[in-house]
Design a binder for this molecule. Structure first.
Ligand SMILES: [Cu+2]
Length: 227
């Protein structure tokens, strides 16, 4: 019986170890394939400089379960996510225009600061063609916030763009989603550096809705390389 117990304990310890390793690997977050901004000629800044221009197409979906690609194997099928990737790469010393289709409804942030646009080239975000310096808190669905690693010794870079949600009453189309809100913003990059981005509104789960997808690459967090 003693030997049986010892064997049982050894097996249990093995299960805990392997499970723990798998948990750690998933917590570390698999890095989705890199999405590189595509070159698109040149563009003028509001202060009259002409810089190389590139563009990037993104979308935010409310649920991985019905998502179009990639995220079907995510840790939770009800998590909202950025598509087609959360691993982003943009060129240095350039203007970059992001066009984002928002398919999710609003999750208002707890603080109106998070509804302000900071760091775009004109201080604005375009929502279905209309320009805004900030959004009504109640309309914010997610946000795109790029920032430093705390210990970083590299060019300062900060960008905060609140993303307008689809109206609560919007009806789903045949593809299972409402017509998306078309969001556009342009920012200027400096010298090369490695940054991270997060959504900063409480769209997740667990404690105060800042867990789950909020800390998972492939969902509401990722890397942002300026090269
Ligand atoms: Cu979010």
């Amino acid at each position: 019986m003693k030997r049986f117990l010892a064997a049982l304990i050894a097996v249990a310890a093995g299960v805990v170890f392997v499970g723990g390793a798998a948990w750690y690997a998933s917590a570390a977050g698999a890095e989705p394939p890199v999405l590189v901004a595509t070159a698109d000629g040149t563009k003028s800044t509001p202060d009259g400089r002409t810089l190389p221009h590139s563009k990037m197409e993104l979308a935010v979906y409310p649920q991985a379960a019905t998502g179009p690609q990639g995220q079907a194997d995510g840790p939770d099928q009800n998590w909202p996510f950025y598509s087609p990737s959360s691993t982003l790469q943009v060129p240095a010393n350039s203007l970059v225009t992001v066009r984002l289709k928002m398919y999710d409804g609003s999750t208002p942030p707890y603080n109106p600061f998070l509804a302000k646009v900071i760091g775009t080239v004109d201080g604005k975000v375009r929502v279905d063609g209309k320009e805004h310096k900030e959004l009504k808190v109640a309309n914010v669905a997610h946000s795109f916030v790029v920032r430093q690693f705390p210990e970083a010794n590299q060019p300062e870079f900060f960008l905060q763009v609140p993303l307008h949600g689809v109206p609560a009453k919007a009806k789903n189309l045949a593809n299972g989603y409402p017509a998306p809100v078309e969001i556009e913003f342009t920012f200027e990059t400096g010298d090369p550096g490695s940054y991270i981005w997060n959504c900063e509104v409480p769209c997740g789960d667990r404690y105060q809705w800042f867990g789950g997808p909020m800390s998972e690459r492939g969902f509401m967090a990722g890397t942002f390389e300026v090269v």
